[in-house]
Ligand binder design. Structure first.
Ligand code: PLP
Length: 747
């Protein structure tokens, strides 16, 4: 289909009596056939991105924009009396949890946008991340049946079917191909498991609960399933094109492992080469060493996967045998490098009857990267310290980024047009030109204030639609939206709000500008404390919002089902981005970058990419507070007594006591008491307040109040916000992808 045909089809489209989903499917199908008609030739050398998660969000608007069809579609639909925003009813494809999955989606977008051949491989989950409802203040999980709207953006590839073998069953893997449009058309191939009922389960749920043996087996099957399907397909293609030789395999293929989930791909490649093509083990290992690269996303121990050797032996006996072989080979290599025994154990692929996926990835990977400068330093100096000592050349940093196409051009057309007016539209094709905005900030500050007001109004309307909560205009918007985790410290923000509330009540805080705090977060279904924090924030919202003494000045809203589409509204309508993780624990963050691009100042700690954000936008244009990594390390070593902090501070005492003094109800679950105990006495597995919430609380409150005061000079504040926009080009995933392409992939 060419452009004219698309236009005609759309003009002829009968809309009467059709549901939104029907129209969505029809229009998407036209756009798809237009997009595919101009698809690019496959490249000879490709990079492959293996990821358990792709948090794509809504494809409709983004794909129409990438194909240059968005404005026209909007106009034609308008002539038929249809507002293009009706498609916001179509739910997101949430095949991911949070940052890691969204990063994968941004990377695909950027590679296509830059014309680089990067193809994605993942799982086509029947149910994505659960839909969250808030009932009586508690999180309720509902299944995310995203396919019920249809899936017009992917194509089932019947002839790409493969068989994946487990000890106890064979599973058919069917690829669904989703084109990724841009300067070139790349693809995301998502595998669906078919066969017996047991087989189908493999692609049923994203992260099934793995607290049982059965759950663990399913998880292992999922990881092997998509890794093996991807590697099997790549080898087959290679053999078709170049014959049964593999000395040149790495000339045409480079595979990026997004965290440890796809690491079994390493063993699978070696298995195929040795078993099916009779390549010797050492030669196959050499091929793997040239092919794979590994990205680490977290230093939290629970995320560094180890598989029980017995489990692997039971489900994947050939892979088990290979992992043992790899382990022996590794130990031989380490002995040659003259490592000590302890060092060898620390780095070993197999120890205490477990296989370490991270150690395997570090041993075989040609590169190991962290996702922000600080994070990479922590990898080198602590998590992978010994590996860094022996393989320093493998380690590199690739600070994350986000795609400005979705996170600025699509979600904030008003700001994008303001930028066009100031510096021309060249930045839309070359994001580095955005730096030119630095020379025009004072000129556009008044206009920027208007744009921000407009985006807030849109956000408030959306919140009203979704939550039924009305927010008066002209509030400062502070947002903390991200997965709920203790290290992200939503609880600290909650305490800070309570302290401010108290100050407003008793008159000790004067001259306060009306402020709205927006929270959005899903908790893992089994994570009790995270769920307790959700309830706590909702209790606070209930109290604060209904208090007529203060609700003209302070409001709190916890939005339900925070997802990509919600994020698009929130980042555009926010003034202050709350990024308050315990220093050293947020590997990078990408939410922080989306906010920066849309002109929110960062109120946060020196953690992850926050450090690089303020390095570029200026410390004076952001609000940094709290203990830095060194101080946290020192506190851990010398001992930290949160009880003393509490004792000496009446405000903290007030805020923390609300967990147990009956101010709020936890519905008799005892979950607030558990939060209280975690802070004050600790638990069997951790010391009290091991995320230093109370330690940083006072400086957190002060930072929020400082921002509030600075906001009075609206123009000066707008200039700070614009400084953030103007210096955000570095945080475009276009920059990140160029670095991967040049330094690791060589594509
Ligand atoms: C960007 C994004 C995230 C990651 O947010 P962080 O603040 O970096 O943790 C999580 N979920 C959604 C829906 C996002 O868009």
């Amino acid at each position: 289909m060419d452009r004219t045909e698309f236009t005609n089809k759309l003009k002829e489209l009968a809309t009467e009596g059709k549901t939104t989903a029907e129209l969505y499917n029809e229009i998407s199908a036209y756009a798809m056939s237009y997009g595919l008609a101009k698809a690019t030739k496959p490249a000879t050398r490709n990079a492959y991105y293996l990821s358990m998660e792709f948090l794509i969000g809504r494809s409709f608007y983004n794909n129409l924009m990438e194909l240059g069809l968005l404005d026209e579609t909007k106009e034609i639909l308008a002539t038929k009396g249809i507002d293009i925003n009706v498609f916001e009813e179509i739910e997101d494809a949430a095949l991911g949890n949070g940052g890691l999955g969204r990063l994968a989606a941004c990377f695909l977008d950027s590679a296509a946008g830059l014309g680089l051949p990067l193809q994605g491989y993942g799982i086509r989950y029947k149910y994505g991340l659960f839909k969250q409802a808030i009932k009586n203040g508690f999180q309720v999980e509902l299944p995310d049946d995203w396919q019920r709207f249809g899936d017009p953006w992917s194509k089932r590839c019947e002839n790409g079917k493969r068989t994946i073998k487990f000890a106890d069953m064979n599973v058919t893997a069917v690829p669904y191909e989703m084109p990724v449009f841009g300067k070139r058309t790349n693809s995301l191939r998502l595998w669906q498991a078919e066969g017996s009922e047991e087989a189908q389960k493999i692609s049923e749920y994203l992260y099934p609960a793995d607290d049982t043996e059965e759950g663990k087996i399913l998880r292992l099957r999922q990881e092997y399933f998509f890794s093996a399907a991807a590697v099997g397909e790549l080898v087959e293609k290679h053999v078709k094109k170049y014959g049964k030789r593999f000395d040149n395999f790495a000339d045409y293929n480079v595979i990026q492992l997004n965290d440890t989930h796809p690491v079994l791909a390493i063993a699978e490649l070696i298995r195929i080469l040795t078993a099916d093509y009779k390549v010797s083990f050492p030669t196959a290992l050499e091929v793997a060493k040239k092919t794979f690269a590994y990205t680490n996303h977290t230093v939290l121990p629970e995320a560094l996967e180890c598989w029980s050797a017995d489990l692997v032996k039971k489900i994947l006996p050939d892979i088990y045998a290979l992992l043992i072989k790899l382990h022996l080979k590794q130990q031989e290599e380490l002995a040659n490098l003259k490592c000590t025994k302890e060092e060898a154990v620390e780095m070993s692929i197999y120890s205490s009857d477990k296989f370490s996926m991270a150690n395997l990835a570090v041993f075989v990977g040609k590169s190991v990267n962290g996702v922000a400068k600080l994070h990479t330093e922590i990898l080198k100096n602590s998590l992978f310290k010994t590996a860094y000592k022996y393989y320093p050349h493998k380690f590199q940093n690739k600070t994350n980024g986000v795609t400005q196409r979705r996170w600025l051009m699509l979600c904030n057309r008003e700001l994008s047009e303001l930028i066009d007016d100031a510096i021309g539209s060249g930045w839309r094709n070359d994001i580095s030109l955005l730096n030119g905005l630095n020379g025009h900030i004072a000129d556009i500050a008044d206009e920027f204030i208007k744009v921000k007001e407009q985006k807030k109004e849109q956000l408030f309307n959306y919140i009203k639609w979704q939550e039924g909560v009305e927010i008066p205009n002209s509030f400062i918007v502070y947002s903390q939206v991200k997965r709920l985790h203790e290290y992200k410290r939503q609880l600290m923000t909650a305490f800070a709000i309570l302290e401010i509330y108290k100050g407003l009540k008793d008159g000790s805080i004067k001259d306060f500008q009306p402020s709205l705090f927006v929270f959005g977060a899903k908790s893992a279904p089994s994570y009790k404390r995270a769920k307790a924090v959700i309830k706590f924030i909702n209790e606070i919202a209930g109290k604060v919002n209904s208090d007529n003494d203060t609700n003209g000045l302070l409001r709190v809203v916890f939005v339900q089902n925070y997802n990509v589409s919600y994020a698009e509204k929130i980042v555009a309508g926010t003034d202050v981005s709350l990024q308050v993780s315990t220093a050293g624990l947020e590997a990078s963050g990408t939410g922080n970058m989306k906010f920066m691009m849309n002109g929110a100042v960062t109120c946060g700690t020196m953690d992850g990419a926050n450090i690089e954000i303020v390095e570029r936008a200026g410390k004076e244009n952001n609000y940094i507070f709290g203990a830095e990594v060194d101080e946290i390390e020192r506190l851990k070593k010398d001992g930290y007594e949160p009880f003393k902090v509490l004792k000496g501070n009446a405000l903290h005492n007030y805020a923390v006591s609300t967990l147990i003094d009956g101010t709020f109800s936890d519905g008799d679950t005892g979950c607030f008491k558990e939060l209280y105990d975690a802070l004050t006495v600790g638990a069997s597995w951790h010391k009290p307040d091991n995320y230093f919430v109370l330690y940083d609380l006072e400086s957190c409150v002060n930072a929020i109040l400082k921002i509030n005061g600075d906001y009075k000079d609206k123009k000066a504040f707008a200039i700070k916000q614009l400084k953030n926009v103007a210096n955000s080009a570095y945080f475009s995933s276009d920059r990140t992808i160029k670095e991967y392409a040049n330094d690791i992939w060589k594509i």
